[in-house]
Design a protein around this ligand. Sequence first.
Ligand SMILES: [Zn+2]
Length: 503
Amino acid sequence: MKRKRIALIHFHLESNRSAPVTDRSEFAAQGLALGDAYQEKLGRPSPVASKGTKGFMQAFGDFEPVAIFDASAGAGGMMEGDFFDELLQVVRDRLPADIDAVYLDAHGACIATNDEDPDGTLITLVRDIIGPKTPLVVTLDLHCHVSPAMINGADFLSAYRTNPHVDQFERGQEAGRAMRRLFAGEKTARALVQLPFIPPSTTLNTDAGPYGRMMDAAVARAEGAVWNVSLCSGFSVGDSSKAGVNVTVTADTDEVALRTARDIGQAFWDAREEFNISLTPVADAVALMASDAAAHIYGDVADNPGGGGRGNTLATLKAMLEGGVTNAIVGMLYDPALAAEAATLGEGATFEARFNRAEEHPQSGKLTTEVRVLKVADGMVDCRRGLYAGSRQDLGVCALLECDGVLVIISSIRRQLCDPAFIERFGLEIADFQTVVVKSRGHFRAGFDEYFPPERVVEIDGPGLTTPVLSRIPFKRTPRPIHPLDAETVWCAAEAGIVNEPR
Ligand SMILES: [Zn+2]
């Protein structure tokens, strides 16, 4: 068989409408590679690519990759429209109409300043270029918002099944296997069922609780005529006009796809009252830190950079200092100016630190206090567990400060602390701390599970752009009525959902 030419696109931004706009520089800081630059990365003996892309390459086997672009900025505000247009132009310039197939590794919850459904627009553009018959397979994040355009354009869609996310590689492999079936001449139908329900982010771990149970039942349906079931929570704080739990099913026929999606959607709706948050007030968390209880890890879940949070709210740190907490570490506070100052002054220096001097968001807060520079670090970290396991992450200039008995990690790139390596790089042992406070919503659970089982995890109710307390979010575009914001919300799966339009 002639070697297939398959185009590869990686497009990841989880947009939080309340956060500052994400511009080109944020993508550049995280390894933006367009066209030839991406081709060079893919051509290395050990290709530099997303986990999903690597999974796809491994499972599909030998093919000729045609690099289009690799644009990922994790989570942030809406994507700046001019940059989105630039990416679309790269597709027009680089994607050959006679390509054999396309694999898109997308997040699925992007909003651009000029487009409410960039993922759908991108998929539609690709489909327009390659024509109706060429296979296009897509992998998505579990927090995605699937649109009609996405099921119309793609032949196969598969979203992560784990939260914290640890199956990106496996979903890429699944996409690679699906691509083989499509090349063999098999055809698919896709159904989409959207629920008027935005579950709070902290209720959506899949290792236990209602979402885990629902996910197991959904995945069990993916056999025989059902190629894939993607049961996606959506991204509640994103305030997308596509917001809500969504079920996407790829199957042999319309009828099977829609029936399966409706069944799963109805079961999820019926369980909606089980998705309750259990946050701990900051004062109670500090009291636990100061007690002689066993060691705990505290998720500052409302200020998660992985969901578009600023990663620099100071409410918890201030309360810890006021409460006399010791034997504690807090990380990472995103503060490039403070990190640079600490690096300039050097290890051992003592100075008056002005936290958040350049930050304007009112929820972030300010703090001026004397600190000592214990360590300075720069650049990349080799990650070892959870979401980032096996990857290298750039945190920019970092500093470890000692602040009245509390250690604080300052970073220059806004990223959640979900891997122990981010702390261990300073020569520290996780097990030595009574208190570990992390800016992360839930991915820290998979990174720190060796030290902190679920009963040693505390979710703090602090301020921030990713708060699970939905009543505090200034929703503008989320469709209403929606559960749990609006008591009058009603829904029934029997009439819900669509299947893809014929091509
Ligand atoms: Zn996600």
